[in-house]
Design a protein around this ligand. Structure first.
Ligand SMILES: Cc1cc2nc3c(=O)[nH]c(=O)nc-3n(C[C@H](O)[C@H](O)[C@H](O)COP(=O)(O)O)c2cc1C
Length: 191
């Protein structure tokens, strides 16, 4: 039901996004694809990624922000997997109505992403390429869950953020879990 696309070039050296990934990877119905582990040579198995997406109701993009964007392999994944005739264009309805949650980690803290801050723009403005990609493919963009100040955040605050992420995914599952139809009750009196 939930597909987490985790894109960290050095997953073993990550602190922030790895903690977030570790907080959710055991959730029932969740599949995680660590792109740099799966495709170190960037040779993406498009059919396998599309099959995983087809099964998902929620697609999570979890990654560190690099130059206001995604790490290169996540961009490449989008280029290859969100294909014409599959994700968009004639007959391209595979992603329609799926939900999309962006979970970026940033070195900059919240103050850096203000008009007066180092990055001069609100962080939401950097969501535009991903948000519009999702929208263009008919996906529903969920309110993002950014983690700022990844270098300075305390272990306790990072644990709290990880638990908030976990709770968010659990809430999604609880809301969208498919109810199996109730078993028909027998009518009439036993003979
Ligand atoms: C190549 C590169 C580019 C980066 N660009 C940004 C950026 O544009 N904005 C920002 O806030 N942090 C930037 N950072 C900091 C990363 O977002 C930060 O190191 C990461 O979120 C930490 O998460 P991790 O512990 O999972 O690696 C950059 C880091 C690198 C290595």
């Amino acid at each position: 039901m939930i597909l987490v696309i985790y894109a960290h070039p050095y997953p073993k050296h990550s602190r922030a996004s790895r903690r977030l990934a570790d907080a959710v990877r055991d959730l029932p119905g969740l599949v995680m694809h660590s792109l740099y582990d799966r495709y170190p040579d960037f040779d993406i198995d498009i059919a396998a990624e599309q099959a995983a997406l087809t099964k998902a109701k929620l697609v999570v993009w979890l990654h560190p922000v690099y130059w206001y964007s995604t790490p290169g392999l996540l961009k490449h994944w989008l280029d290859k997997v969100f294909a014409y005739g599959w994700a968009y264009g004639p007959g391209g309805v595979a992603l329609r109505d799926k939900h999309c949650l962006w979970v970026p980690t940033t070195g900059g803290d919240e103050a850096d992403y203000r008009a007066t801050g180092m990055h001069e723009q609100p962080f939401e403005s950097f969501a535009a390429p991903l948000k519009e990609t999702a929208r263009f493919c008919g996906m529903q963009w969920e309110p993002p869950l950014p983690l700022h100040g990844a270098h300075t955040i305390t272990d306790t605050a990072l644990d709290d953020a990880a638990q908030i992420f976990r709770a968010r995914l659990m809430a999604f599952s609880a809301l969208h879990v498919e109810q199996s139809p109730p078993t028909a009750s027998r009518s009439g009196t036993p003979s």
